[in-house]
Design a protein around this ligand. Sequence first.
Ligand code: PEP
Length: 255
Amino acid sequence: MSVDRPRPLVAGNWKMNGVKSSAKVLTEIHAGYTPGLKAKVELAVCPPATLVSLLSYASVGSRVAIGAQDCHAKESGAFTGDLSAEMLADAGATYVIVGHSERRQYHKERDVEVCAKAVAAHRAGLTAIVCVGETREERESGKTLSVVRKQLRGSIPVDSNSRNLVVAYEPVWAIGTGLTPTVADVAEVHALIRDELRRLVGKADAPKVRILYGGSVKPSNAAELMAVENVNGALVGGASLVAADFLAIAGAYLG
Ligand code: PEP
């Protein structure tokens, strides 16, 4: 393994799923996060904001990080219903997902807003998981690389580095559909992301930034996807709701 290769991260995005009793999923994840797995891969769980505090307390001492799924760009103020990155950090989060395609699609978030949220995450001491990815139409019309490049340039703040930034490549058409790109397609996009990171965070730090693949990752395809060059982990939606599946995905790193 190259010295520059980052420690992989498998992060679960619970989306709008989970109530207090879902803490048992986290307990099961703790139980299955064996010393062997801990040595190979970092785990994070991103529950709905209502559970960030509860799961953060439940996770103390476990080395499973807790993240949030979105944040507001401002630190505080008259933004009814919103949550600042500082509040999420105060509740125990260490990661926050920004620019997920469901936010881009349903809340019309553009790169400029995603970037402002990532700046807020950094201000609060959180690591931003910045999501990018093309739609089916964009892929079919051969625009994947230009779309992802534009999203990266617009969404990643200038103060980013390998400690406060994770990039997730999530083809929109692969999310929740059971469809995945070919290994060659994943490799092509991740190579482009690595290349862009050299411009964005500098040549020395770029190899250390984790680039996750997300979109219908499951136990049966995880090993193949995680073995692709420049794939440093996964952002997992549906399969992260079942501890055994989430752990089996992370288990791809046991070889
Ligand atoms: C996601 O929403 O980030 C995701 C990858 O979802 P799924 O794994 O369900 O496709």
